[in-house]
Design a protein around this ligand. Structure first.
Ligand code: PMP
Length: 382
């Protein structure tokens, strides 16, 4: 569809299929804080020598502070280890390799239905069978929470369950704080292993608020893994920077876990690329760069919220009677719009508006210049 979009000669074509953040001008810019950090790095760098297998220790610390906060008991008691991976994808793949190695044959990975399309192939490539648990109810345009809880209760003990830490891709629906607590109850009762895909920290409700689900899972005392990505919240898509964090009951277990993670990394890519991790560490360790970066993440998040509201308002203004108000309660860049595959096809063929067949919209692809045309076209197809 990307190719079709490129070939489309219509100057007013609208691209809502992409997976990257777009600003009001339709660009995916370099963060100002990132540029400043890069200038510092360029000036101070003295070698391009290999990093260690798990990456730089300063990076691991910065990532843990960002997830848990420096004062969190997991950090204080050194119950977590973090390895720098090439992107969130790398973190997920190393998690798959690690879990296959440690949990052995027979365990499965359970993914939400729907989920990010790459999840299945990543775990299958690690040799782990993949199953699905219900997540979304298209009828009510909401989380299928009852079904989710009841499905979790039937997953065999010791299996791995993948959750999106925040900003569920593709639906945009996250569990509430109370729902996270219920999820944790079942996880504990069934002795399941949570693996959290954390690709959108800061794009939902805020850098701290978006960790709420993860921190609730941590309170259960169980072991878990977190696959962070800095592609979106630092705009570092092509630098391939992410991290795998393993949370365990004791510092000794954490240390042993890192040994296994390193063995997995060694046979996959040996050691990570440095530049992206240096940027993230430089920004997070410098009070002024960090403050600037936080402002930029806030700008992104607020723009997404603004576009959600504008989209819903404009649809109403253009006379659409169907209720799209749920779009305002979704979080993150993506939204299951509820548009059917036929409507999506009409939008593409008659209006040069590109939306995935599932109806998933990248809300960041909407801006003040295209929202009227978009909503008029939607009004004509619903
Ligand atoms: N998980 C989810 C849910 C994603 O949407 C993405 C990026 N599209 C990733 C992981 C992977 O991110 P990265 O580019 O850092 O590998």
């Amino acid at each position: 569809m990307k190719e079709q979009y490129k070939r489309d000669p219509n100057p007013d074509k609208i691209n809502l299929i992409v997976g990257t953040y777009k600003d009001g001008e339709g660009q995916t810019p370099v963060f100002r804080a990132v540029k400043r950090a890069e200038m510092r790095i360029l000036k101070e760098e003295t070698t391009k020598n290999y990093l260690s297998i798990e990456g730089m220790p300063e990076y691991a610390t910065a990532v843990q502070y960002l997830i848990f906060g420096a004062e969190h008991e997991i950090v204080q008691e050194q119950r977590a280890v973090t390895a720098h991976t090439p992107g969130g994808t790398g973190a997920l793949r190393i998690a798959g390799e690690f879990l296959k190695r440690i949990r052995g044959n027979g365990v499965r990975v359970w993914l939400s239905d729907p989920t990010w399309p790459n999840h299945g192939p990543i775990f299958k490539a690690s040799g782990l069978p993949v199953e699905r648990y219900p997540y979304f109810d298209p009828q009510s345009q909401a989380l299928a929470f009852e079904e989710l809880i009841s499905a979790l209760g039937n997953i065999p003990e010791r299996d791995i369950v993948l959750f999106h830490g925040c900003c569920h891709n593709p639906t945009g629906f996250d569990p509430t704080a109370e729902q996270w607590r219920e999820i944790v109850e079942v996880i504990r009762r069934r002795n399941l292993f949570p693996l959290i895909d954390f690709a959108y920290q800061g794009l939902g409700s805020g850098l701290r608020d978006d960790v709420e689900g993860i921190l609730t899972l941590c309170r259960s005392g169980s072991e878990l893994m977190i696959a962070s990505s800095f592609s979106k919240n630092f705009g570092l898509y092509n630098e391939r920077v992410g991290a795998l964090t393993v949370v365990t009951p004791t510092a000794e277990v954490a240390h042993a876990a890192l040994g296994h993670v390193k063995k997995c990394i060694r046979s996959c890519y040996s050691n990570p690329p440095a530049h992206g991790a240096k940027i993230v560490t430089t920004v997070l360790d410098s009070p002024s760069l960090r403050a600037g970066w936080k402002r930029e993440v806030t700008e992104m998040r607020q723009r997404i919220h603004r576009m959600r509201r504008l989209f819903v308002e404009k649809l109403e203004e253009k006379g659409v009677e169907q209720d799209f108000s749920f779009i305002e309660s979704q979080r993150g860049m993506f939204s299951y719009s509820g548009l059917t595959s036929d409507q999506v096809q009409l939008l593409r063929e008659e209006h040069s508006i590109y939306i995935l067949g599932s109806g998933r919209i990248n809300i960041a692809g909407i801006n003040e210049s295209n929202v009227d045309r978009l909503c008029e076209a939607i009004a004509s197809v619903v």
